[in-house]
Design a protein around this ligand. Structure first.
Ligand SMILES: Cc1cc2nc3c(=O)[nH]c(=O)nc-3n(C[C@H](O)[C@H](O)[C@H](O)COP(=O)(O)OP(=O)(O)OC[C@H]3O[C@@H](n4cnc5c(N)ncnc54)[C@H](O)[C@@H]3O)c2cc1C
Length: 395
């Protein structure tokens, strides 16, 4: 670990204290509004996080962070995720956290000052990859096209599900690059660039971000060649730089939310009496609590193991895929059981569990649906080349 053992635990404890004191009390009013988290609330929470000394702990040291490795981030981001407002307060929510990491690894020169610095200081960004009828689980289906025109590129296409697009300061646009043989290039550009039209936020099961999940049209968006992030034609490679750690940070935050659901459910089970006994003493409930404990334990271990692989310098595509599938499904089971244990209360807004239940559903779809990850994991598991085994069924 980049921090002394124990130091990360103390940071995580500090974040947990902050989340309980400053974020949880804000939840009820926000949830009751049925709206996105407003920019006003997000900024107020970030200010309180700064005062408490927990803002941006996950950021690179040069930009005010604690210089945590992935295992360190796992503890801090799980603590932040204990409230759905926590990641916004610490500015470690998607998509900004993934974009901060991508820019820290790939951006050079003025891109670091013009884009990465404001992003680390609290501005918002968005990442435009997914398209209606185009790039999705299979990004190779990308239709958005960038064409060279003199010293510029002109980009045309339609993107959707773009988290945070409303009010974002800048966009990272992925487009097929005609001058790179159709391979995708990433472009960094202000959201004020003419032709970037945020059509509308899409209706989703749960509002849990700032700036919506939006439909965005790109109409003759003209950007200079200097807008290219890194090298032209390397979009898929850079997307992997972003996606493997971003899958794990999703796991971390959702572990916090699943733990919260479990805590609400087990507190209920320890107080509610029915059929002559404490709810938690009935075996049917006790077994559900046990399954929650085991799912949380295993999900934490899988996340930590995948983090250790990334910390050792590997890209960790295989491990982050396995963690993403396992944790998204295990955490969803935990939240679902928590609703069941709470009874009717579980489907009301009187506890946070109902909102978490709706919100966590998308985790099994975004950043690659479980099926796409299973396909990749299964393909990699087939022995081939130097690893080809003798046919062990050939007796
Ligand atoms: C809340 C939310 C926020 C998002 N934020 C962003 C964002 O900020 N930026 C961005 O670019 N995108 C974002 N996305 C998009 C997200 O990454 C895509 O929804 C996801 O990659 C799946 O793509 P798709 O929706 O086009 O589904 P499709 O690619 O059409 O897949 C549909 C379904 O097909 C099945 N499937 C896919 N592949 C296989 C396979 N190999 N075998 C069997 N079945 C398969 C899966 O069940 C999958 O759910 C977001 C999505 C959501 C829901």
């Amino acid at each position: 670990m980049s921090e002394l053992p124990g130091a990360v635990d103390r940071l995580a404890e500090k974040v947990r204290d902050f989340v309980i004191r400053d974020c949880i009390p804000e939840e009820a009013a926000w949830r009751a509004s049925g709206e996105e988290v407003s920019e006003e609330l997000r900024r107020a929470l970030m200010a309180r996080a700064r005062d408490a000394g927990v803002y941006g702990l996950h950021l690179p040291k040069a930009f005010g962070g604690a210089g945590l490795d992935h295992r360190g981030k796992a503890k801090v981001l799980e603590a932040a995720g204990y409230s759905m407002l926590g990641p916004l307060a610490l500015h470690c929510a998607a998509p900004d956290e993934g974009n901060q990491h991508l820019l820290d690894v790939v951006a050079e020169g003025s891109h670091r000052e013009d884009y990465l610095r404001p992003l680390c200081e609290g501005e918002r960004s968005c990442f435009l990859m997914t398209e209606p009828g185009g790039a999705g689980a299979d990004p190779a289906g990308m239709k958005t096209l960038a064409v060279r025109d003199g010293g510029d590129y002109v980009i045309n296409g339609r993107k959707w599900f773009i988290t945070g697009a409303l009010g974002a300061r800048f966009a990272i646009i992925m487009a097929r690059d005609a001058s790179a043989g159709g391979a995708p290039t990433l472009f960094l550009t202000p959201m004020t660039t003419p032709g970037i039209n945020v059509i509308r936020p899409m209706e989703v099961m749960a509002h849990d971000s700032t700036g919506g999940h939006c439909l965005v049209d790109l109409v003759d968006v003209r950007v200079p060649a200097s807008a290219v992030l890194g090298e032209p034609g390397q979009g898929f490679r850079y997307a992997q730089v972003r996606l493997a750690p971003a899958r794990l940070t999703h796991c971390m935050r959702w572990l916090g939310a699943a733990q919260r659901s479990h805590d609400v459910a087990r507190s209920h089970a320890a107080h509610r009496h029915l059929f002559g006994d404490l709810l938690g003493h009935h075996q049917g409930v006790s077994f559900q609590l046990a399954d929650n404990e085991m799912d949380l334990y295993a999900a934490r271990a899988v996340t930590a193991q995948a983090c250790a692989v990334l910390d050792a310098g590997s890209q960790g595509r295989h491990e982050s895929s396995m963690a993403k599938v396992f944790v998204s499904e295990a955490a969803s089971r935990v939240v679902d059981r928590s609703v069941q244990i709470l009874g009717g209360l579980g489907v009301t807004g009187m506890t946070p569990v109902e909102h978490i239940y709706r919100s966590i559903r998308a985790f099994r779809i975004y950043d690659g649906p479980s099926e796409a990850h299973r396909m990749a994991i299964g393909r990699r598991s087939l022995p081939k080349g130097d690893d080809l085994l003798p046919d062990l069924t050939d007796f």
